[in-house]
Ligand binder design. Structure first.
Ligand code: APR
Length: 250
């Protein structure tokens, strides 16, 4: 592992233009449960409550779980050492962007500037009827479903529901980043949800080196990752930054 970490650090340092592609695993150490695996949300709840058709049919029913599983958990979360290390990679000029599947906003809170939220965000909502936009902090979630102050319509969070299209501009920008990447650093994702999961594959096909950090093997590990660093994001990412800082000095 030590050798692989050093190799990963020198590849990121030498090739630069790293795109960091993250999933729920990077936020687990911030107290936000992942979707799959032993404690995954989808092992305890049927995800149909965030299927778009179901939400439109029964927003009150969906909103009970949306608030509990997404807003309550995220509200208590702070960026962890993994998010902070990713922001450091950008500040030091090694990372050009973060493409995240996460909707928790923790990369931005940690200081990352160029963050593309492939699945949207919980930080804003909009009215389904008059489309008035709302910042999360201006919405009272003590009563659900939250309603529009202007027209009384139901508010929908601005994250992508199942069977909802990924916004065209987000998709275009994400895959443009992938095509421009010299390195893709995949952190904490099973790589099972399309089209997001194609981002590292497009990068690899364009010639990028793929480095993966995960506590267990994913659908990238065998055939897509060139280097697999097994472990927690909050441990490995700071070590990677430390290794790069050290190497930079000499
Ligand atoms: N450090 C690194 N990796 C971790 C850690 C950790 N501390 N804890 C868990 N992991 C890994 C798991 O091994 C797993 O591979 O993070 C991954 C979490 O996988 P998922 O829960 O499937 O999350 P993700 O891949 O981001 O899901 C993609 O699915 O339901 C949709 O829209 C949702 O964006 C989400 C998408």
């Amino acid at each position: 592992m030590e050798g692989d970490l050093k190799r990963a650090a020198s590849i990121i340092r030498d090739r630069r233009e790293t795109v960091v592609f993250t999933g729920a695993g990077i936020s687990v150490e911030s107290g936000i449960p992942p979707f799959r695996g032993p404690d995954g949300l989808w092992t305890k709840h049927d995800p149909s409550f965030i299927e778009l058709g179901r939400f439109l049919e029964d927003p009150a029913g969906s909103w009970v779980l949306i608030r509990e599983l997404f807003f309550d958990a995220i509200e208590r979360a702070e960026p962890n050492r993994g998010h902070i290390a990713v922001a450091e990679l950008e500040r030091a000029g090694f990372a050009r962007s973060v493409v995240t599947q996460n909707i928790d906003g923790l990369h931005q809170m940690a200081g990352s500037e160029k963050v593309i939220e492939f699945h949207g965000t919980t930080r804003t909502l909009h009215c389904l009827d008059c489309h008035t936009p709302y910042a999360r902090e201006n919405v009272d979630l003590s009563k659900t479903p939250p309603r529009c102050a202007s027209c009384g319509g139901v508010l929908k969070p601005d994250f992508v529901f199942f069977s909802e299209q990924i916004p065209e501009d987000v998709s275009r920008e994400s895959f443009a980043e992938a095509a421009a990447a010299g390195v893709v650093l995949i952190v904490g994702t099973t790589g099972e949800v399309m089209p997001a999961a194609y981002v590292p594959v497009v990068a690899k096909e364009a010639g990028a080196v793929v480095i993966e950090i995960n506590t267990s093997a994913s659908s990238y590990t065998k055939d897509v990752a060139d280097i697999f660093l097994r472990g927690k994001a909050g441990d490995i990412l700071p070590e990677l930054v430390h290794e790069m800082r050290g190497a930079e000095k000499c």
